[in-house]
Design a protein around this ligand. Structure first.
Ligand SMILES: Cc1cc2nc3c(=O)[nH]c(=O)nc-3n(C[C@H](O)[C@H](O)[C@H](O)COP(=O)(O)OP(=O)(O)OC[C@H]3O[C@@H](n4cnc5c(N)ncnc54)[C@H](O)[C@@H]3O)c2cc1C
Length: 412
């Protein structure tokens, strides 16, 4: 029989890591289960970079994320793995630093293990099933936290979830990120213009199949390495092996198409080489759990705050078109909005919390809260709430959201 943990976290992305560290710092015995051999989720496996801005647009001194994420930034910075004063990071060093953070926080780590099922009765998850390299294993805990990004654990436990936009369930497209090395990127504007002109021409003459409207590129920590967040795969389901696999194949074709055409036509990419594609395609949107509060577009845009607000964001609504070309952006009209604790508690749950992008929100609100600094704050709150529930021998819905807010944000 395995040890019974206070808290088990499924998934080690920005949300899951923050939840695991936060629960452990609050005195819990914690196991974090992750399907890959490293933590970081999209930040490492998906090659997603940079972190989106985490300071209030109205007040640059007002820092929004909670301590675990800020600690990760500090540690990246101390290891020369963060852009000076910026948001670009080294994903390889991040893997190493996350191992260190988890181990120093006394989190037990189970890598190379996929959560595949759960036993749940009347809102109480009693055990989960995990496909390990050494066969299927079962784990028990007092509290469970879903950090899978996709809400896998909530779904396996039978909690209500939904997917995509209201009218047809279509989710935001997937993107396989990639890096080109050997690019002459000193004049960033010139590079951007050149690549976009080639892209436009390729789309017009049918040599480029990517449905995006333009080329989205970012600088990296190396002057000659350029990060591309620019492939686009629509109408595939990120919660099935078939959907993910088909998306990978389509996106890989787009990567090579783009690389070959840029190398052939752009003088700035003449010596370029394809450094790497991400270990897995980036998945922006899949399931969202239904909680006692559903965050809406209006809450985001009108910068609504809540008594039980456990995470803050000033990132806009940012919807990459689920059907093809185009991106919708809508700014937050105040300093920041808050995410209530009720959004991370699946309705009817006694001992399951959400610590990932799959929280209770509409398709539109999700498109804003999904960015890494925000999801990390959501995770930190989930870890703290799980610890409160264990200590108080109460269900997660009974945890005092106002108390959580006070503990997470010293100004309220
Ligand atoms: C292409 C793309 C570009 C983006 N650009 C940016 C950007 O520039 N800046 C920004 O801040 N955000 C960006 N985002 C958003 C952001 O990366 C994600 O929304 C965020 O990482 C979500 O965090 P998460 O912890 O919920 O999930 P994830 O980061 O997906 O982590 C989930 C983790 O759980 C693991 N897992 C999943 N299922 C299981 C299971 N059943 N059992 C065990 N482990 C499991 C996964 O391997 C992964 O490690 C982008 C997203 C995409 C897809």
């Amino acid at each position: 029989m395995n040890k019974v943990y206070d808290v088990i976290v499924a998934g080690g992305g920005p949300g899951g890591i923050s939840a695991a560290v936060s629960a452990a710092r609050n005195g819990m015995s914690v196991l974090m289960i992750e399907r890959y051999g490293f933590a970081g989720g999209m930040a490492t496996a998906g090659l997603v970079n940079p972190f989106m801005p985490y300071r209030s647009k109205k007040d640059q001194n007002h820092c929004l994320p909670t301590p675990v994420f800020m600690g990760i930034l500090k540690s990246l910075s101390e290891n020369n793995a963060l852009e000076k004063g910026g948001l670009i990071f080294d994903d390889e060093i991040l893997k190493l630093l996350l191992d260190k953070l988890l181990l120093e926080s006394k989190v037990d780590i189970l890598y190379h293990s996929l959560v595949t099922g759960a036993e749940c009765s009347k809102g109480t998850v009693s055990r989960i099933y995990v496909a390990c390299k050494d066969g299927e294993r079962e784990f028990e805990a007092k509290m469970f936290i879903d950090g899978t990004g996709d809400g896998d654990l909530a779904e396996f436990a039978g909690f209500k979830t939904e997917k995509g936009r209201k009218e047809d369930g279509a989710c935001q497209p997937m993107t396989l990120c990639f890096r080109l090395g050997g690019v002459k990127a000193d004049d960033w504007k010139a590079l951007w213009q050149e690549l976009n002109a080639i892209f436009k021409e390729g789309k017009a003459n049918g040599t480029i199949s990517d449905p995006r409207e333009d080329v989205l590129i970012f600088r990296t920590l190396r002057p000659d390495v350029v990060h591309f967040n620019t492939t686009r795969v629509i109408a595939k389901d990120g919660t099935t092996s078939t959907g993910l696999g088909e998306a990978e194949i389509t996106a890989r074709k787009q990567v090579w198409e783009l690389f070959n055409i840029f190398k052939e036509k752009s003088p700035l990419c003449r010596d370029a080489f394809l450094m790497k594609t991400a270990s897995q395609i980036g998945v922006r949107e899949t399931r969202r759990v239904i909680g006692d509060y559903v965050l809406t577009a209006e809450d985001v845009v009108k910068a609504k705050t809540f008594d039980d607000g456990i995470a803050r964001s000033s990132y806009p609504i940012d919807i990459h078109n689920p059907s093809g070309t185009g991106t919708v952006l809508k700014d937050v009209e105040g300093a920041f909005y808050e995410i209530p604790y009720r959004c991370i508690v699946p309705t009817g749950s006694w001992n399951l919390l959400m610590a990932c992008r799959a929280i209770s929100a509409t398709h539109e609100a999700h498109s804003s809260l999904r960015v890494m600094p925000v999801v990390a704050s959501v995770g930190e709150a989930a870890g703290l709430a799980a610890a409160e529930a264990v200590k108080g021998k109460i269900g997660v819905a009974e945890v005092d959201g106002k108390k959580l807010k006070k503990a997470l944000f010293k100004d309220k």
